[in-house]
Every structure is written in structure tokens, then in C-alpha cells.
Design a protein around this ligand. Structure first.
Ligand code: TTP
Ligand code: MG
Length: 446
């Protein structure tokens, strides 16, 4: 997976730090209407769309020795995400495996999904490859203002309730939100052939939490009065979206493991570790309160590609790997149309003790004439960038001594748009022609 895509926590820090009311001034108790979409068994679905013969067989997507995801047929046999290939084959000997190391099709489909959602409402924030938040408050308010109806009903499930038994007229905005979510899931299916789950709630936190309540291919609305129930159903702090690995570790060091622990922990003590605003934000999350806005993702600010491997220990192998990675990255950069002005090389040295955190990087500016060759698609760009990459490599590694690399990542950043060209940044999410639609960049910061 690309370096920019490995942190699945979104930034909840830009919202108000003051405790938010879940009531907040609207008759149905939801100030905002936020949707969260999560595609079902994403990589496996992309493979099934590409090859419909895979649809009804147990299918796993393999990266190295791991099944990163599998379709729901395979899940019935007990195959799970991130299972080793050996264990998966034990569970399901007839499991069909496809290689999933090349992310091109997943990335392209991912952006088609975001683009389709954005064609309905521009307030769409990507989270990873297969999740999107959408703030439809204004659309819902507009619908209710323009055509007030009395016979509201929910589409899909309502958390903790029998949907048919809920008085939807008490929650008109969430009910309309659920109708819109159903419409959009229908569009994703009819236009892209993809099934998804959706959550409908008053914040990103709650929409994400509730969207997985019924899987696959279903949707669930959370009524404000059940916020405590859904938060109470979490079995650990790391299950709270927005509390990532590092925050989780710090909380653990403070002796906090359960959601309840965090809810009742003294705020001043929490502030000593996280700072006041952050402490309040984290404690709010534990109470189901999240004011962070849906922030439109826009195009990514960097494009990168990477590969991990057992061992690279010679300069010749290093050059070959650089060439491979840069070839595919240059192709994407060319399609993107923006001119890269910084090149970063990241490597990971083998370490028996520090397996995950030993990445090291060096970066340098890309000379303008080379950047121009990248956007023009000139074949001269590759050798010139390989040469820059090797210089960075020598800054990282003393090749007079033995070395052992297990990962390499190449990244272009400071991408300059050329508004007067066909590949303008402006056309990213607005291009109508199918030939542009599948030329999408990757997300930023995921
Ligand atoms: P998920 O949304 O976690 O999983 P999923 O969409 O496959 O399945 P679900 O129906 O439960 O939502 O992840 C999205 C994709 O990201 C997944 O298809 C494969 C990829 N992925 C990784 O590459 N590494 C990982 O560790 C995980 C969890 C997923
Ligand atoms: Mg998914």
C-alpha cells in the first residue's frame, strides 16, 4: 500500500473543542446530517467487477502472504481480512486468490466513487480508499423547506429499532438523509457495479460507527437518543474512530483501556498529555460528540508508489527497483497533469527489532526542466529522475558497507497546477468524459 494511504484515522481536530449538544436546535435533534459510505470487500469487489466469473466463488485478494480482503462468499467459510494465505486456504481450500499488489484499479475505482458522490454534493471527504463522508445538511434542509411532507419513512435499518416502528416524522431530517443515502448507494451500484454500506447520523464519528451495523450492502441510521448505546457497544478505545494507534498507546499508558475509562478520566490530567483542546476533543469522542466538519478532500498533494520486499542489498538492485517504481509513478503523474517540484525517496532498512518504524527519507527539488518532461510524458524524465533518486539513496546509505533494504517508496510532492492546460487541477472531479474519469490521483494523507 502506498505510504500516503496507511493511516485510516481522519482528522477530527478542526471541529469545536467545546462539548457539542446532540440536540442542537433542530426539532429532530440532529444539527447536521452526515453520511458515511464504506464499500463492501473493496479490493475483492473491484476484481469481481473486472471479472464477473469471480462473483460467486470464494475470492481473496493477496498481497505478499496475506489475504488483505475477501468477498462475502469467502467470509462464509471463515476467511477474514488480513488472514495469512495458509490459514485462509485451511479455512477454504477452494479459495480463489488474485494478486492485489498493483493498486491501479483500486485507486481508479476509488476516485470514481468519490467523483460520483461529489456530482451530487461537493462536501465529500475521502477516508482511505473505500470510505467517504458526505455532509448533506443543506440538501436535506432544502428538501424539507421546498416540499414539506408528512409521511416520512426511513430507508434501511434504524439502529436499535425496528425501522417500521420508528415515528419517522419525529426525525424528518435523518429520514430524508436515509432516503438520499439509499439513492446514492443505488447510483454506486447501477453506475459502477459496487455495493456499499452507509451510516446516517449527525456527525462523522456517529455515521462511521453506525455504517457497519449491518453488512454487507445495507444502511443504518442512528437516532440521537441511541448515541450512548452505540458508544457503549464499543469494546475498546481503539474502536473509536479518530483514536489512532499513537493516541491509543498514550491512553493505555495512562491506564485507560475502556471507553468508560476515558469518559470519566479527569480532563486536566488528560490535558497534561494531549494539550487542552486535544484532550477535550478526545474525551468528547468517547461521549459520542464530534463537531469536526466534513472537509472536501480535493486532489491529493502528493503522489507516491512503493514496494516492500525481502531484501535489496546491491546498488544494481536498487537502481532496478527505482526504475520500476518511477515508471509507474511517472505514468500516473503524466495523467495527473500537474508538475512535481519535490522528489522524496524513502527506504526501510532491515531491522529485527524495529520492524515497522524504521523508515528514513531524503528529498530534494526537481529541476524545472525535468518537471516539465514529467508532464509532457518525455522518455528522458525516467533516467534523470533515477539519477536524482540514486543521489538521495547515497545520502541515506553508505554503500561501502553491507546494507539490507526491505522497502522503497518514491514520492512527488509540491504539485503545481497548470490551469490553462487540459490536465488542469480544476478538471479532477468535474471532467465528464470517461477517459478523464479513470485518471484520478490518490488521496492525501491516507
Ligand atoms: P476495509 O474497508 O477495511 O475492508 P473491505 O472493504 O475489504 O471489507 P468490508 O466489507 O468489511 O468493508 O478496507 C478497504 C480495502 O483496503 C480492502 O478491500 C483491502 C485494503 N486493505 C489493505 O490493503 N490493508 C489492510 O490492512 C486493510 C484492513 C484493508
Ligand atoms: Mg470496506
Amino acid at each position: 500500500m502506498d505510504e500516503d494511504e496507511d493511516d485510516a484515522d481522519w482528522d477530527t481536530s478542526s471541529g469545536s473543542s467545546a462539548p457539542a449538544s446532540t440536540g442542537g436546535g433542530c426539532s429532530d435533534g440532529s444539527r447536521r446530517v452526515v453520511l458515511h459510505f464504506d464499500l463492501d470487500c473493496f479490493y475483492a469487489q473491484v476484481e469481481m467487477v473486472r471479472n464477473p466469473a469471480l462473483r460467486d466463488v470464494p475470492l481473496g485478494v493477496q498481497q505478499k502472504y496475506i489475504v488483505v480482503t475477501c468477498n462475502y462468499v469467502a467470509r462464509e467459510y471463515g476467511v477474514t481480512k488480513l488472514m495469512s494465505v495458509t490459514a485462509a486456504k485451511e479455512k477454504c481450500p477452494q479459495l480463489v486468490l488474485v494478486k492485489g499488489e498493483d493498486l491501479t484499479h483500486y485507486r481508479e475505482t476509488s476516485y470514481k466513487v468519490t467523483e460520483l458522490l461529489m456530482s451530487y454534493c461537493p462536501l465529500v471527504e475521502r477516508l482511505g480508499f473505500d470510505e467517504n463522508f458526505m455532509d448533506i445538511t443543506e440538501i436535506v434542509n432544502g428538501k424539507i423547506r421546498e416540499a414539506p411532507v408528512t409521511d416520512y419513512c426511513f430507508s434501511g435499518h434504524v439502529y436499535n429499532c425496528q425501522a417500521a416502528g420508528v415515528r419517522a416524522s419525529e426525525y424528518p431530517r435523518l429520514a430524508v438523509g436515509s432516503q438520499i443515502a439509499a439513492e446514492l448507494r443505488g447510483a454506486l451500484h447501477s453506475r459502477l457495479g459496487l455495493t456499499s454500506c452507509a451510516g446516517i447520523a449527525s456527525s462523522k464519528l456517529l455515521a462511521k460507527l453506525v455504517s457497519g451495523a449491518h453488512k454487507p450492502n445495507q444502511q443504518t441510521t442512528l437516532l440521537p437518543k441511541y448515541t450512548g448505546d452505540i458508544i457503549g457497544s464499543l469494546t475498546g478505545l481503539r474502536q473509536i474512530p479518530g483514536i489512532g494507534y499513537r493516541t491509543g498507546e498514550k491512553l493505555k499508558a495512562l491506564g485507560l483501556l475502556a471507553v468508560r475509562d476515558l469518559q470519566v478520566f479527569h480532563l486536566a490530567a488528560l490535558a497534561k498529555e494531549f494539550g487542552e483542546a486535544n484532550a477535550q476533543r478526545i474525551q468528547n469522542l468517547a461521549h459520542g460528540i464530534d463537531e469536526s466538519p466534513v472537509t472536501p478532500s480535493g486532489p491529493p498533494q502528493s503522489l507516491s508508489d512503493e514496494d516492500s520486499f525481502k531484501e535489496i542489498s546491491t546498488v544494481t538492485e536498487t537502481v532496478k527497483k527505482l526504475e520500476d517504481l518511477l515508471t509507474s509513478l511517472l505514468e500516473r503523474m503524466h495523467k495527473d497533469g500537474r508538475q512535481p517540484s519535490t522528489f522524496r525517496l524513502t527506504i526501510r532498512r532491515f531491522s529485527s527489532t524495529d520492524r515497522w518504524f524504521s523508515r528514513e527519507s531524503r528529498q530534494c527539488p526537481i529541476p524545472i526542466h525535468i518537471g516539465q518532461k514529467v508532464i509532457s510524458g518525455s522518455s528522458e524524465a525516467l533516467p534523470q529522475l533515477v539519477s536524482i533518486g540514486i543521489k538521495l539513496f547515497h545520502k541515506l546509505i553508505d554503500t561501502s558497507a553491507p546494507f539490507h533494504l526491505t522497502l522503497m517508496n518514491v514520492c512527488f510532492s509540491n504539485l503545481l497546477s497548470r490551469r490553462d492546460t487540459k490536465g488542469s487541477i480544476k478538471s479532477f472531479f468535474t471532467a465528464k468524459s470517461p477517459s478523464r474519469q479513470d485518471k484520478k490521483p490518490e488521496p492525501q494523507g491516507f
